[in-house]
Design a protein around this ligand. Structure first.
Ligand code: ATP
Length: 261
């Protein structure tokens, strides 16, 4: 069986109401996949299934060739409101996570790794601060640093930048791309967003979920080279064409939902 994250004929419902219908998805190792879809189409639910926080009613999920059972440290999760423990400094938060992931790591080495992970996201000087002393963008960076420090080969990200202003959002997108591009082996990423530009800027592939019930209605290859220059990319004809194609797919799905049965 090929490796990476695999969803095979996954069905899921809450209280009998179908939410996800026969989802087939393969994210090969090291690939960055953006997941788009109308509100309520089941993106977060799909991510929670991949995180092992929910179980499918039917179908199977695999990570690295093994059936997926419950949460695991090999699958790091970053949510929009991903919280750090407020009573610990940022470094202690990260060191705790590293200790859980690799219990044999001595305490001093945990702190060193924590500082290293913070430096990777541009937070060299804030390790001794408490989360409440940081801006929202810094907290989100710290949450990403924690996921990096754990070293999970699969990152499941649910609108991690949704609450940020456009400048910080763009900065963090670049931090994430930089980290993803320089990791060896590359981290596999499934990234939920509502923002078409963000999906295209970050992803090598864009998967779109249709609504009621959620199912894959488009799976697009994003053919842009890495080390993307944001301005040039957004202005390019190829980018605009893909953006229009995606916007149309999303609009069609919304209209279909609104149409009388
Ligand atoms: N814990 C729950 N109990 C019952 N229904 C739920 C629960 N969580 C989500 N749902 C329902 O499942 C559907 C899919 O929700 P989900 O959050 O996965 O969608 P989404 O695509 O991530 O939405 P959004 O883009 O608005 O975050 C929605 O109709 C939602 O109301």
């Amino acid at each position: 069986m090929s490796q990476g994250l695999i969803l095979e004929g996954v069905h899921f419902g809450y209280d009998g109401a179908p939410i996800l219908d026969n989802i087939h998805l393969h994210v090969p190792p090291g690939q960055f996949v953006s997941l788009l879809g109308a509100s309520g189409s089941g993106k977060s639910t799909l991510l929670r299934l991949a995180a092992g926080l929910l179980e499918p009613a039917r179908g199977r999920l695999y990570w690295a060739g093994r059936p997926l059972k419950g949460p695991g440290l090999e699958r790091g999760v970053v949510f929009q409101d991903y919280a750090l423990f407020p009573w610990m400094t940022v470094v202690d938060n990260l060191a705790l996570a590293i200790g859980k992931a690799r219990p044999r790591t001595p305490s001093a080495a945990r702190r060193q790794e924590a500082h290293h992970a913070l430096a990777r996201v541009g937070l060299d000087d804030i390790g001794d601060k408490y989360p409440f002393e940081l801006s929202g963008g810094m907290r989100q960076r710290a949450a990403i640093a924690r996921a990096l420090a754990i070293g999970s080969p699969l990152l499941l990200m649910d609108e991690p930048f949704g609450a940020l202003d456009p400048v910080n959002r763009a900065r963090l997108q670049d931090v994430l791309l930089d980290v993803w591009e320089t990791a060896e082996p590359k981290t596999t990423v499934l990234f939920v967003t509502h923002d078409v530009d963000e999906a295209l800027y970050l992803g090598q592939r864009v998967v779109i979920l249709g609504s009621s019930p959620g199912r894959v209605i488009a799976d697009l290859n994003v053919p842009f080279p890495r080390h993307r220059d944001r301005r040039a990319l957004f202005a390019s004809a190829e980018f605009q064409l893909l953006r229009e194609q995606i916007a149309e797919t999303l609009a069609d799905d919304t209209l279909r939902q609104l149409a009388p049965a």
